[in-house]
Design a protein around this ligand. Structure first.
Ligand SMILES: Cc1cc2nc3c(=O)[nH]c(=O)nc-3n(C[C@H](O)[C@H](O)[C@H](O)COP(=O)(O)OP(=O)(O)OC[C@H]3O[C@@H](n4cnc5c(N)ncnc54)[C@H](O)[C@@H]3O)c2cc1C
Length: 384
């Protein structure tokens, strides 16, 4: 076993941390209050080559490993989760194209994202379909050499700023078997009949764009179907192991950000003639927060390692990491607010924002309840 990061991995961490300090932290409150997408920060991130971290080099990406991507996600989320999600989700949905896309699709859709010219998204959830992905009702019907798409997608990250979305559609409603009959189809936002409505008033990650997508007889070429017709559900499931590992890394980042701010405040704030960090009650909070975060980090890194090494336990580990790290994020952000007292309740310090932002990690990419269902199912099927 080797717990040490390579020199290159340490360097990536240092560079991203510096970027987050200089480019994200100073503007985080502004983007949160205004609920606006951080185009300017994205431009700086593109210059630094942070776009398309997992896109292969031949399509202009950095082709970072899962562990390297987790390190980047952790550092960005420690600075500000709303901006961090905006930067790291520009290639959301690209996994399907990388794995199953044709050469032409890869050039058309991956390259512009890697070079910062386009933003993409993954459109799965619908107003009536969240945890139960097999109930997707957005339909895609074949008409000549085109797909005609009708339906609504809900809560779509980058929904009103994205150029195209890999959408889960029902293409073969008569297919036998609950998980068959769905396909992943790329839908461009400039097609006739495509409409998006930005969702405002979110509890947290307010810099990140979220929207409802409405498809009203949207026509796309048949070549926009990714992979195998009817196998979209099963294709999508392949990527949850990696995307859930990345949400775990988001949780670790948020916890780390909360812990750092709490530790600093505990050393500076004085009551009863001494720093509050002198009180054992505060020390124990800090000890618990850092211990839980390190445990969440190791679980997340092991899950990332398993992505690279095709480990048999990957699905279990990814759900364990996602469920645990998101819980730690919520707990640490809560304790960080507590350590800040009244100052933690207003947006003068970042912890109020982290407290609001943390919650989403327990909801998207499968809720905590769904993660526990997955862990239990895997345990019953093959043990651990
Ligand atoms: C800010 C934000 C961004 C998002 N981005 C995207 C995106 O880019 N693309 C996308 O497709 N989706 C996105 N989502 C949607 C997200 O993935 C869903 O909200 C999530 O999967 C939960 O679905 P739901 O909201 O319909 O809740 P529901 O599925 O209705 O769940 C409600 C409650 O019931 C529980 N529950 C449901 N089924 C079970 C069960 N079998 N066992 C135990 N408990 C259960 C859930 O855990 C939850 O507590 C986003 C959501 C938000 C809020």
């Amino acid at each position: 076993m080797d717990f040490e990061l390579s020199e290159e991995q340490q360097q990536i961490r240092e560079e991203v941390r510096r970027f987050a300090e200089n480019e994200i932290k100073p503007v985080a409150t502004e983007y949160d209050v205004d609920e606006k997408f951080p185009f300017e920060v994205l431009e700086a991130a593109t210059e630094m080559g942070l776009n398309g971290a997992s896109i292969p080099i031949e399509y202009g990406g950095a082709d970072y490993s899962a562990l390297e991507t987790a390190i980047i996600v952790e550092e960005l989320f420690a600075a500000d989760p709303g901006i961090a999600l905006s930067l790291t989700a520009t290639a959301f949905g690209s996994d399907a194209l990388i794995e199953y896309g044709t050469e032409e699709q890869k050039e058309r859709f991956l390259e512009p994202v890697a070079t910062g010219e386009a933003i993409m998204g993954a459109a799965i959830s619908e107003p009536d379909t969240g945890s139960d992905v097999s109930s997707v009702s957005t339909s895609a019907e074949k008409d000549g050499d085109e797909w005609v798409i009708n339906g609504n997608k809900m809560w779509i990250t980058n929904g009103s700023v994205g150029d195209y979305f890999v959408a889960m559609c029902e293409t073969d409603p008569d297919a036998e078997g609950r998980y068959n009959g769905f396909s992943q189809i790329v839908i461009e936002s400039d097609r006739d009949g495509f409409k998006s409505e930005k969702i405002t008033g979110k509890l947290g990650i307010r810099a990140s764009d979220t929207a409802e997508l409405i498809f009203d007889d949207v026509r796309v070429p048949e070549d926009n179907l990714v992979g195998t017709r009817g196998m979209g559900f099963l294709q999508l499931m392949q990527f949850f192991d990696i995307t859930r590992t990345m949400v775990a890394a988001q949780g670790v980042g948020i916890a780390k950000g909360a812990n750092e701010r709490a530790l600093e405040y505990a050393k500076e704030r004085e009551q009863f003639g001494r720093p509050i960090g002198d009180f054992q009650a505060i020390q124990h909070k800090l000890a618990d927060m850092h211990t839980q975060t390190e445990a969440a980090r190791q679980l997340t890194y092991k899950s990332a390692w398993s992505v690279e090494n095709d480990d048999d336990q990957l699905t279990t580990l990814a759900s364990m990491a996602k469920e645990y790290a998101s819980r730690v994020a919520v707990d640490c952000a809560n304790e960080a607010v507590q350590i800040h007292g009244g100052s933690g309740y207003v947006n003068d310090f970042d912890v109020e924002r982290l407290y609001r932002d943390a919650k989403i990690t327990q909801i998207y990419e499968g809720t905590s309840e769904i993660q526990k269902n997955v862990i239990a199912r895997e345990l019953m099927d093959k043990g651990f």
